[in-house]
Design a binder for this molecule. Structure first.
Ligand code: NAD
Length: 255
């Protein structure tokens, strides 16, 4: 991480070797987070897996040979505790999040506060809690999972999309502040993928919009595709990329 390893003949494979890297993945118990954890494990990383679901995160950590932590991203005390507990982190994958899918006119103040706390404040707090050590050690990568909705809105997703747009902006700001210390900060904005989040919301059908018709590649995304892009962005293969939000959505935002 940081400066690319010298040598034009270096194979990309060697840049995707995470042996000796401590990788903290939040929301690792399900969906994208689990796929990302499996991918990093396959590439030799030391896994620090965190989620609100205690049993699931512990069993996954045991299966993959990592350490599991329970935390609640909407609770600042819990996030601070996690940052203390994990120790040094080389790569943070800020993935945990929630979706409350309702029309703006139906959102309650509590709904909005839950989205702000989980999808923005907690994300920032993790960046700060882990980023401080990275800045002092002068190396590290932080990748947050944003969303295509940050770029195109999306019905029933007004506040969620606003939080994801804020994460993209926070990514740029942190990249500017921490770049001189050798820390890269990036964001990956996936398109629609069928995970528990999208399968269990009332908005799964995306009533009223054009759904799959709007995706030039003609299909939903797969969790493994998000994991592949995460690995790439966190690796030295992307060593000159910072502040960027990469949209991986099959072309949805093109309209
Ligand atoms: N699925 C999609 O189509 C899609 C598209 C774009 C972005 N995203 C984003 O991807 C990320 C992962 O979502 P997913 O689709 O894998 O959903 P998911 O529901 O399968 O996984 C989310 C994980 O976050 C954990 N989590 C939720 N609230 C938490 C809290 N307060 N504290 C700690 N952990 C908590 C859950 O237990 C779960 O393991 C989210 O940030 C989501 O907004 C998803």
């Amino acid at each position: 991480m940081g400066l690319a390893k010298a040598g034009a003949a270096l194979k990309v494979d060697s840049l995707l070797d995470f042996k000796g890297h401590r990788v903290l993945i939040t929301g690792a118990a399900n969906g994208f987070g689990e796929a990302i954890a499996r991918k990093f494990q396959a590439h030799g990383a030391t896994l620090l897996l965190a989620d609100i679901e205690l049993e699931r995160i512990q069993s996954l950590a045991a299966e993959l040979g990592g350490v599991g932590y329970q935390f609640d991203q909407s609770d600042s005390v819990s996030v601070d505790r996690l940052c203390q507990a994990v120790g040094e982190v080389d790569i943070l994958v800020n993935n945990a999040g929630i979706l409350i899918a309702k029309p703006l006119l139906s959102m309650s103040v509590q709904d909005v506060q839950a989205l702000v706390a989980t999808d923005f404040v907690g994300v920032w707090q993790l960046m700060r809690g882990v980023g401080e050590g990275m800045v002092s050690r002068k190396k590290g990568v932080i990748l947050s999972i944003g969303s295509q909705t940050a770029f195109c809105g999306g019905e029933n997703r007004g506040i969620y999309a606003s939080m994801k747009a804020a994460v993209s902006q926070l990514t740029r700001a942190a990249a500017v502040e921490w770049g001189p210390s050798g820390v890269r900060v990036v964001c990956l904005a996936p398109g629609r993928s069928l995970t528990r989040m999208t399968q269990t919301t009332a908005a799964t059908t995306y009533k009223g919009d054009r759904g799959l018709e709007r995706v030039p590649l003609g299909r939903w995304g797969a969790t493994d595709e998000v994991a592949n892009m995460t690995l790439f962005l966190c690796s030295d293969a992307a060593s000159y990329v910072t502040g960027e939000t990469l949209i991986a959505d099959g072309g949805y935002v093109l309209g």
